[in-house]
Design a protein around this ligand. Structure first.
Ligand code: ZN
Ligand code: ZN
Ligand code: ZN
Ligand code: ZN
Ligand code: ZN
Ligand code: ZN
Length: 493
């Protein structure tokens, strides 16, 4: 329902169209929510939903009828005066261009006016007849001629007649009954007394006009409150958007930083691994060269001695005996220098767990742990010797779990020995810090047999660096008796 436009009370068909049947209103009824529909359309709505109540199809508010629609409940709804007036104007205007007959007489004359009392189109003759008839003289009439005259338009109105005294206008208002009544009613059904108090419209209307004005003032206050709330919502919308944008920026910045930090750590770690690989390779090649030289010298010494034995020249043998024995002894004992050479400490990678990451310890995302085993020499069968494990770690260590040592005897039998901490675990490194920490664990070990043992550091499932150790015999007789048969037995007494 569009608003009627301009002061001239011009109207368009859309404003006069019912939003249920999409036709011009036919006996328009005003719902409590101020929406208007044709009487038949409202009846249809009511009957479709049980007869006494329905929802306004425009605003969904509930409408209750005092009696079922089919027994006239819709009659209690007020007619829309203003729409009726505009419909009258529309019909009158149509008579300018098309055939609209007088509804008052049988003449079939073209209509030239409309009567708001008779609610009928009038021909010119009937307009004259109205003016000349005492009972019709005060009827509210507007002619086609006056239709564009604003004063005439505003003066014209549909009149309500008393349902009981049909020719009487409702010119009184009975306040206790809250209804319009006619002058006859004021001495009849609504005679002034304890229950009735009919007053002329002109006298009571201003009072109700003021009271409605007062109520409108309160309603306007609600409008400003709602406006304020809408404004608040707008502010909140803006604030929410700004807040989310800011947080998004923060998140992006943070993760960008984390990613670059991670990439940097990865790069550093890879560099370290590459360096380790190079160093280790160099070291191993040096070691290997040295061993090859030793092997060469040893073989030469053996060949020299073998040649003498082969030649079987007793004089030569005895002449060189002391020198050969010294040299052979030297060659045999040189091996003891390699006996305890430490095995490789493998590089290990310890991915950090989520808790560490959430603590912000990027440094612990991975760590390089460098374990080494040292044995207090000499290791002798049945005698206690102390074994220490040293770990140089970058970043956090895996808690305070002490490593175990897996010992493999010459016979291939393996046993696990638990170490205990000699130094306490380091405190968790602060955010973003990496620290190099040295930790030492130790255990007293009593080897059961002599010969070549392999010691290996175990952290959980991980087997780390290994160390080869020759355990000396505890029996000097046996040691000499088996001279030369086992390298370990050449260990210093
Ligand atoms: Zn309708
Ligand atoms: Zn409504
Ligand atoms: Zn007529
Ligand atoms: Zn009339
Ligand atoms: Zn009456
Ligand atoms: Zn009354």
């Amino acid at each position: 329902m569009a608003a009627a436009s301009s002061i001239a009370e011009d109207f368009d068909d859309e404003f006069l169209t019912c939003q249920i049947c999409f036709d011009l209103y036919e006996d328009p009824k005003l719902l409590p929510c101020f929406h208007t529909f044709c009487r038949k359309c409202v009846e249809g709505l009511a009957n479709n939903s049980g007869g006494t109540k329905f929802k306004c199809p425009v605003c969904r508010s509930d409408v209750k009828l005092t009696s079922p629609a089919f027994s006239g409940g819709v009659n209690k709804l007020k007619s829309n005066f203003y729409i009726n007036k505009l419909l009258d104007f529309r019909k009158l205007r149509q008579s300018k261009t098309s055939q609209v007959q007088c509804q008052m007489c049988e003449s079939h004359n073209q209509a030239a006016a409309v009567c708001g009392d008779c609610i009928k189109m009038l021909c010119n003759n009937c307009v004259t007849a109205h003016r000349n008839t005492k009972e019709l003289q005060n009827h509210s009439i507007i002619t086609l001629y006056d239709l564009e005259n604003p004063t005439a338009r505003s003066r014209y109105a549909r009149q309500i007649h008393c349902p009981k005294h049909k020719d009487q206008r409702m010119t009184f208002y009975c306040e206790p009954c809250e209804c319009l009544v006619c002058i006859y009613c004021t001495v009849d059904d609504h005679r002034a007394g304890t229950n009735h108090d009919p007053k002329e419209l002109e006298k009571v209307a201003p009072k109700y006009r003021d009271s409605i004005k007062g109520q409108m003032k309160k309603t306007k206050a609600v409008v400003s409150q709602i406006n304020q709330q809408v404004e608040n919502m707008d502010m909140e919308l803006t604030a929410t958007a700004q807040n989310c944008d800011q947080v998004e920026r923060d998140v992006r910045r943070h993760y960008k930083k984390l990613i670059s930090k991670l990439q940097q750590e990865e790069k550093e770690m890879i560099t370290k691994i590459h360096k380790n690989k190079r160093d280790r390779k160099d070291e191993l090649i040096r070691e290997k060269d040295k061993l090859n030289r030793e092997l060469d010298e040893t073989n030469k010494g053996l060949t020299f001695c073998q040649d003498i034995l082969d030649r079987d020249n007793k004089t030569e043998l005895l002449f060189l005996r002391q020198q050969m024995e010294e040299r052979l002894g030297q060659l045999a004992s040189q091996q003891t220098g390699n006996m305890t050479s430490a095995g490789h400490t493998p590089l290990t990678f310890h991915p950090s767990n989520l808790l560490q990451v959430s603590l912000g310890s990027l440094g612990s995302l991975s760590e390089l742990v460098d374990f080494s085993i040292d044995v207090e020499r000499p290791a002798v069968e049945s005698l206690p010797c102390s074994v220490t494990v040293t770990a140089d770690t970058v970043g956090l260590t895996g808690g305070d779990v002490a490593p175990q040592i897996e010992v493999t005897s010459p016979q291939g039998k393996t046993t696990l020995i638990q170490t205990t901490a000699h130094t306490s675990p380091p405190l968790a490194a602060g955010k973003g810090q990496t620290s190099r920490v040295r930790r030492v664990w130790g255990v007293e070990w009593r080897p059961q047999t002599s010969g070549k043992h392999t010691l290996r550091v175990c952290m959980g499932d991980m087997k780390l660096s290994s160390h080869t150790l020759y355990v000396g015999s505890n029996n000097p007789v046996l040691r000499f008796g088996q001279k030369g048969s086992q390298q370990g037995q050449f260990d210093r007494p």
